[in-house]
Design a protein around this ligand. Structure first.
Ligand SMILES: [Zn+2]
Length: 397
């Protein structure tokens, strides 16, 4: 019997895989290992080859393979499904996060929508193909990444599986479908993100004699004014994309000083720059830091750290045919099959940046992802499973 998508989703929701989101935390609910162990048992039961990729303690990507007919070396295609194993934290949830609840055509629970639902659809479609093994099917690679929600840390390692020559994945896939809640639309473009810290230094002094100090907060104020003007007047002129609009820059965090009666010698901010699909994040960074440097006369007491997040965007340039084929399959199942751009980031650039046609697709709406009562509609789970099965079977014209 192929896997039942609802049962599989309920199994996955029962296994917490909370991303600590950079916090120093402890507890069994954190990290993806419970889901990874479950997937390993599942792949074994389905008779698939699988491989783990160790990323960090308690965090392994796991990748399974269903050989195609014909095999890739005989001209067969390679299709990859990708879904992340982690969820966001459960703070403030109004439903039991790890007790899947079926109610009025929905399944509630943390990850039901983002993206254990989409993962369950991929697994159910894969299990059906593993059972039927129809002639003409592509080789299907099911890749389950870690740490998508906080920095996209797992997915960039997946291409090692064909680049290292070990042969587990015989060659680069011809196309990748990344699971995210897209309401059964095909997401073909999104922005990338760049995040980094900027520090201003100074010299501490007693606030009764500030003339002996050098105020780092005042220095940072000049940086901030420069960045505000840059975000307003310069960034919108750096290009635009028909599906995702304009690039942006925003300062989201600030800290500095130790007490009101001390002239601060330190102030830090964190900057978020969203890049267009075709923008190079490294060039975007160089552009803003040199703008700030010029505006502050190359003040050596202002420093930019190396970004802690660099993720390029998803471009629709390479995926047009692949997306159109998926879109036709969706239409045959009653969906609109729209090809759209979205504001959020995904694992997709880990593959599209290597020239592989990559799209994002899945059941559920991004409006329900990360929410206090996260849910996904059961009919969307069933439809997405059918779409993925038919698409992967290679039956689409
Ligand atoms: Zn997600």
């Amino acid at each position: 019997m192929p896997l039942d998508v609802l049962e599989t989703l309920c199994d996955l929701v029962r296994l917490p895989s909370v991303n600590p989101m950079g916090r120093d935390v402890s507890g069994d609910e954190y990290f993806e290992y419970q889901v990874t162990d479950y997937l390993e048992r599942l792949f074994a039961r389905l008779g698939l080859a699988w491989q783990r990729q160790h990323i960090e303690p308690r965090r392994d990507n796991i990748v399974a393979r269903l050989d195609g007919d014909p095999l890739p070396q005989d001209g067969g295609a390679v299709l990859m499904f990708e879904a992340h194993q982690d969820t966001v934290p459960v703070d403030g949830m109004t439903i039991p996060p790890w007790t899947p609840t079926l109610c009025e055509g929905r399944i509630y629970g943390r990850g039901a929508c983002d993206i254990k639902g989409g993962m369950a659809c991929m697994l159910a479609a894969l299990s059906r193909l593993a059972e039927e093994r129809p002639a003409g099917r592509p080789t299907i690679v099911m890749a389950c990444s870690v740490n998508e929600e906080y920095g996209f840390g797992g997915a960039p390692r997946i291409p090692e599986l064909w680049e290292d020559g070990s042969g587990f994945v015989p060659r680069a896939p011809d196309g990748v479908i990344v699971a995210e809640p897209t309401s059964l639309d095909v997401v073909v473009a999104h922005k990338g993100a760049l995040r980094w810290r900027c520090h201003a230094r100074g010299r501490a002094a007693h606030s009764s004699q500030p003339q002996f100090g050098d105020n780092a907060i005042y220095r940072m104020a000049r940086v901030l004014q420069t960045l505000e003007g840059y975000a307003r007047d310069v960034v919108p002129t750096l290009g635009q994309h028909p599906l995702v609009g304009l690039p942006t820059l925003s300062v989201g965090l600030i800290s500095g000083g130790v007490s009101v009666n001390t002239v601060p010698d330190f102030c830090s901010i964190e900057i978020d720059r969203r890049v267009l699909p075709e923008e190079d994040p490294h060039e975007a960074l160089a552009h803003v830091t040199s703008f700030v440097a010029r505006a502050l006369a190359h003040d050596p007491l202002v420093e930019h750290e190396t970004p802690y997040l660099i993720s390029s965007g998803l471009s629709d340039e390479l995926s047009r045919d692949f997306a159109a084929r998926l879109s036709r399959t969706i239409c045959r199942h009653g969906g609109a099959g729209r090809c759209v751009g979205v504001p959020y980031g995904t694992d997709a650039p880990a593959f599209s940046s290597r020239g592989i046609p990559t799209v994002v697709f899945g059941p559920g709406s991004i409006q329900q992802a990360h929410t206090a009562d996260e849910w996904v509609a059961i009919d969307q789970l069933q439809t997405a499973t059918e779409i993925l099965y038919e698409f992967a079977r290679g039956a689409s014209p």
